[in-house]
Write a protein that binds this ligand. Structure first.
Ligand code: SAH
Ligand code: SF4
Ligand code: F3S
Length: 471
């Protein structure tokens, strides 16, 4: 099963990859090997970490063997995410056995969840740093260098790293993330994020706009605004004016009409018509929404504490499509949540049938210690039943995605060129505004960062294929 997380998804093949700075801006000095797991927010945090470590003379490397420090930025969302990290950690610890001066650090959500327990369990780990503790990394590294264990898992109510300019890691030079808020104040009963990332807080408008300007000046042509629940973004300016998400989105869209704007994740209880109106006003805000549903059954939604019903969700989808009929829509779905019956599972399938998602991220429920569901509900759907239900929704979703792609054959889309196709270097790849991956033949002078019109000639369930057309 794929272990990619949330609307801000990181492709399966990017999970755990070494993140390397495109621009090496420190010369000599030490090497940091940084590997990231989980959602886009975590990958975005790694860029903050790289920036802070840069100030300490560390540049990033792709080779763990030559590193002076190895950091793993971890995810705790499901049990298998943690298992994966532990397996990887054991490999790094093997390197440390032959090189005792190597620093091994565990960062991110699993560090926050397990705190000092990690040091008891994994004796060769030197540093444990939670998501709000990255400013403290220089001190933690110094402590570890002196031979002591270094831990900071303090969760802040204010930290947004607003003033830290991220070092863009492993970037295509075209798309970048901008974290606009941190933490989450919702209490979905299955979810560990409120415990690993703390209270919700919004980053200042000025620092977000500044970052968007800088990215455009450096050649970036697409930004994705990140938050666990972007619709609850709220920042009070000095004069008392309160900027909500719709207003922020508009300001980012106005940075430059040639820069595409995406955002993730929207919450069905909070998404507003005002956001849709801003999307309609600005062509460069992409026609795409990630609106996690989790379940199609209202009783299960209540147990999940999602604070909406099936009917409410479907009504939001209608509202969105009334504004933008050909919008791309994706969702997250959990199968086999506590007490889910076969009939309730069928409700999820029937909701999918009504919405027909263009993309979906589907997971088996994994109980997380300390969450309300772990405390109050029984994880009583057997693994094989969860698995079977997951297969049901995956195959239904594939069918929908293929149908949706087939409808696009014969149409023409504006594509932001991201580079050469991995499979065939004579083809280019990029995404439509609806976030569909398009592989196409183009004139030789076309480069990444260009916008081209592509006419679709064929498709698979995952990709549209076509040819550039002159407009
Ligand atoms: N803030 C985002 C989601 C963050 S977590 C939102 O509210 O949509 C990303 C996804 O992981 C969730 O949408 C959910 O589908 C899944 N997830 C979270 N906790 C899980 C758990 N305990 N078991 C299985 N999937 C889970
Ligand atoms: Fe988790 Fe719910 Fe917050 Fe999303 S909105 S991060 S699922 S608690
Ligand atoms: Fe993201 Fe995983 Fe943490 S999904 S917020 S890295 S638990």
């Amino acid at each position: 099963m794929r272990e990619s997380i949330s609307g801000k998804y990181i492709d399966e093949d990017r999970q755990g990859e070494a993140l390397v700075a495109v621009a090496e801006n420190a010369t000599a000095g030490k090497k940091l090997y940084l590997e990231s797991y989980g959602c886009q927010m975590n990958f975005s945090d790694s860029e903050i970490v790289a920036s802070i470590m840069n100030t300490q003379g560390f540049t990033t490397t792709q080779n763990p063997e030559e590193a002076d420090a190895i950091f793993i930025n971890t995810c705790a969302i499901r049990d298998n995410a943690e298992l994966r990290v532990r397996n990887r950690l054991r490999q790094f610890i093997q390197i440390k056995k032959n090189k005792p001066e190597l620093l091994v650090g565990i960062l991110g959500c699993m560090a926050e969840r397990l705190k000092t327990k990690l040091l008891e369990e994994e004796k060769l780990v030197d540093i444990v740093a939670g998501p709000d503790a990255y400013r403290d990394l220089p001190k933690l590294v110094a402590t570890a260098d002196s031979g002591q264990k270094a831990v900071n898992v303090f969760l802040s109510r204010e930290e947004t790293y607003a003033d830290i300019s991220p070092v863009r890691l492993d970037s295509n030079g075209i798309s970048a993330f901008i974290t606009i808020m941190r933490g989450c104040d919702n209490m979905c009963s299955f979810c560990v994020v409120p415990y690993t990332r703390g209270r919700e807080r919004s980053r200042s408008v000025a620092s977000i706009i500044q970052e968007a300007h800088d990215l455009f000046a450096k050649g970036y042509r697409e930004v994705t605004l990140l938050g666990q629940n972007v619709d609850s973004y709220k920042f009070e300016e000095v004069g008392g004016e309160v900027i909500n998400f719709a207003a922020l989105l508009e300001k980012v869209a106005e940075v430059n009409p040639l820069m595409r704007v995406r955002f993730s994740t929207s919450h069905p209880k909070d998404i507003t018509e005002e956001v849709m109106q801003v999307m309609c006003r600005h062509k460069n805000i992409c026609d795409y929404i990630h609106l996690p549903v989790q379940s199609g059954n209202s009783r299960i939604l209540e147990l999940m504490n999602r604070t909406y019903t099936r009917e409410w969700y479907l009504n939001r989808i209608k509202m969105i499509r009334d504004y933008i009929p050909h919008i791309g829509i994706s969702a997250d779905i959990i199968t086999g949540f506590c007490t889910e019956t076969e009939a309730e599972h069928e409700d999820t399938l029937s909701l999918m049938e009504e919405v027909k998602y263009d993309y979906a991220y589907m997971f088996m429920y994994s109980e997380r210690p300390g969450t309300p569901a772990a405390k109050n509900l029984k994880d009583d759907v057997p693994e094989d039943v969860k698995y079977k239900r997951l297969q049901d929704i995956i195959s239904l979703h594939r069918h929908h995605a293929f149908e949706s792609n087939k409808k696009d054959v014969g149409k023409t889309f504006e594509v932001l060129v991201e580079g050469e196709s991995k499979r065939d270097s004579s083809m280019l790849k990029g995404r439509s505004s609806q976030n569909k991956m398009i592989v196409f033949k183009a004139d030789e002078n076309i480069q990444k960062g260009d916008y081209v019109m592509v006419s679709i000639t064929e498709c698979t369930s995952g990709t549209l294929i076509g040819n550039m057309v002159k407009n």
